[in-house]
Unconditional design. Structure first.
Length: 404
């Protein structure tokens, strides 16, 4: 009887969540100023609304892939098909930027334009000429560069392929060590929440980075540190958001060696670092050889606010509000960010994570500080700490675990 009541309560919680998601999608369809977002909302509110009843008929676990298909994959394909047919309002700017990176990589050997080349463009074209990603992101633009406009060459399709594979692999790794109901929350944080489904369907570049980082943490939880280094290294070759994840996992690898002596732990950390640090550097090398200044202009100067145009990432989070409130606001926001980073670094030194769950908590805290205190930021980036909080919850000790 207790089990039935517990299951019913869990289904009611899920149904409430789906109802809130449906309401968000409906409001987005009616009010968003971004046309790709409105198109997403007009499709997905139906899927979320149907899930409210289906969670009782089908079950909490089996409904999640269906919700993901209805609220992320279906609108993604619809928008990609419409875009291939000529609609110019069916993708966010980052999709076009990534595809331009692929074309430049194929044509010139680097996905970046230099300062002089961007300055020579008309003012209206300069923003889209910037590519504030790591060189590996250009790979998602290569299908369109090679085969031309088609729904399946849309960069979002390939973002989705990597996302689905990494999420599936992560869940399979966690299955023996995390309760199924907790792992479900992790899957829902990536495959159900509008924070992620909207992002994947309309833009998508953050989802493969996020799921590669989650995969790295799951591999570390299974003591597969070399593979964890490769996973987070691939993420770092796509976006700098992966670097704090790699740093925390490196501390975990150094401190979770079990019976290994110091030399053994250092060897273990070295194998992790070979992938975590070596792969991003390897991906960066061709771009630096072709034009180091172009990389600096796109990946460093532009996100820092020193490009020829201002980044559109201006969500009213604390860092942005502080930066805009006074003449020295940007300096104050960056100082607060440094203080937050230093605080987390001290905590990592004094209380290093002994488990992947503890590492996930550190990652969530660090990314939250970075996202909220950076002067140029987006609400959508919060999908990273939300997912790592869900991972931390998944890896908490079982309630029936007995110690001592």
């Amino acid at each position: 009887m207790v089990g039935i009541v517990t299951d019913l309560r869990a289904r009611l919680i899920d149904a409430t969540g789906y109802a809130l998601c449906a309401a968000f999608a409906g409001v987005t369809a009616l009010t968003s100023t971004l046309l790709p977002h409105r198109a997403w909302g007009s499709i997905t509110w139906i899927g979320y609304a149907a899930a409210v009843a289906a969670v009782f008929a089908i079950g909490r676990f089996r409904i999640v892939p269906l919700v993901f298909a209805a609220t992320a994959l279906l609108p993604l394909v619809v928008e990609a098909v419409q875009r291939a047919a000529g609609r110019t309002d069916r993708a966010q700017e980052e999709v076009l930027v990534v595809e331009q990176m692929g074309r430049r990589l194929a044509d010139t050997g680097t996905p970046y334009l230099g300062h002089a080349a961007i300055a020579a463009l008309p003012d209206a074209d300069r923003l889209m000429a910037y590519a504030p990603y790591q060189p590996g992101m250009a790979l998602f633009g290569l299908p369109r560069a090679a085969f031309g406009p088609a729904w399946w060459t849309d960069a979002r399709v390939w973002f989705a392929v990597v996302t689905v594979f990494c999420l599936w692999y992560t869940v399979s790794l966690l299955a023996p060590i995390a309760p199924a109901d907790r792992s479900l929350r992790l899957v829902q944080s990536v495959a159900v929440l509008p924070l992620c489904t909207l992002t994947l369907a309309t833009g998508g570049d953050d989802l493969p980075v996020l799921t590669l980082c989650l995969l790295a943490a799951a591999l570390a939880a299974r003591d597969r540190y070399t593979a964890a280094g490769v996973a987070v290294g691939v993420a770092g070759a796509l976006k700098l958001f992966a670097l704090p994840v790699a740093a925390v996992l490196l501390v975990l690898v150094l401190c979770a060696g079990g019976r290994l002596d110091l030399a053994g732990r250092l060897r273990q950390a070295g194998r992790f670092a070979l992938g975590a640090i070596g792969l991003p550097l390897l991906a960066l090398l061709p771009a630096l050889l072709v034009g180091a200044d172009a990389y600096v202009e796109n990946a460093l100067r532009f996100p820092a606010g020193h490009g020829l145009v201002t980044s559109p990432a201006q969500s009213p989070l604390p860092g942005h509000l502080i930066a805009e409130s006074t003449a020295g606001g940007r300096t104050i926001a960056l100082a607060l960010l440094l203080v937050a980073g230093a605080t987390i670094a001290v905590l990592l030194y004094r209380r290093p994570p002994a488990t992947a769950g503890a590492a996930a908590a550190y990652i969530a805290a660090g990314l939250t500080a970075a996202i909220t205190l950076t002067p140029s930021t987006r609400f959508g980036y919060l999908l990273y700490p939300v997912a790592f909080v869900a991972l931390w919850w998944s890896l908490r000790p079982r309630p029936d675990a007995v110690t001592g």
